[in-house]
Design a binder for this molecule. Structure first.
Ligand code: PLP
Length: 226
């Protein structure tokens, strides 16, 4: 157990160091950047050492998996904040609104309608990011670039709070141009935050303006299953 905590501390410190360096290079403060520890597929036993090392913001990509893992941990650590970083089916919108503090995957009008309805029913507004299919990849989730302005307008109309834009760039090639494009789109739409950057590219993402980075492998090691 002690070694698990030591390892979690070391990994967290290494990620924080990289965040600091990237922020400093671009005249920003790393304090303004939220580190989301993406704990998908990780068992509670693997998550706990990171909590004990001080991490409080976590991300999951499946509603059902998060429902199974987090309520008990949150009773122990009430200051934990939970982000949904994976695709969301409309029929799970109510469960997502009940469980998560932030949703990063709003990407279509039908989901917006479902989320708005769930927020009205719960009397709770959950801030969202609009996920953009920044590389125009066929198989990938996210709103098409051309449809983003209309979805933003619809979210504002439905009183669904928007924090900013989120993307997962194509796995192949340089992520930087995609991060820069997402930053430009957010600026043009008057949105402040950018959820971008994962274990392999969060340093680049921060230099291009990320406010929220979503890091799994660099904090937990390789995932037990895909
Ligand atoms: C899994 C996942 C991450 C974390 O990926 P790592 O490469 O392990 O850091 C970030 N964002 C999303 C949307 C993910 O699904």
């Amino acid at each position: 157990m002690t070694t698990a905590i030591t390892q979690a501390r070391d990994r967290l410190a290494a990620v924080r160091d990289t965040m600091d360096r990237a922020a400093r290079l671009t005249g920003r403060s790393a304090d303004a950047i939220t580190l989301i520890a993406v704990s998908k597929t990780q068992e509670t036993d693997a998550i706990r050492p990171l909590i004990e090392a001080g991490q409080r913001v976590f991300g999951e990509n499946r509603v059902q998996e998060a429902q199974a893992k987090w309520p008990a941990l949150r009773q122990e650590y009430p200051d934990i904040r939970l982000h949904l970083v994976g695709q969301l089916q409309s029929n799970k919108a109510a469960d997502a609104v009940a469980l998560f503090d932030v949703i990063h995957s709003l990407d279509r009008p039908s989901l917006l309608t479902a989320l708005a309805k769930a927020m009205d029913a719960d009397g709770r507004r959950v801030p969202c990011y609009i996920q953009v299919n920044i590389g125009a990849e066929e198989q990938k989730g996210g709103c098409a670039i051309a449809d983003v302005p209309a979805l933003i307008a619809a979210a504002r109309e439905a009183d669904v709070p928007l924090l900013g834009l989120m993307c997962v760039p194509p796995a192949e090639g340089e992520p930087a141009p995609y991060f820069a494009l997402l930053a430009k789109m957010a600026r043009e739409e008057g949105l402040e935050r950018l959820s971008m950057g994962m274990s392999g590219d969060f340093e680049t993402a921060i230099m291009l303006g990320a406010s929220d980075i979503r890091v799994g492998t660099a904090l937990f090691g390789a995932r037990p299953y895909p």
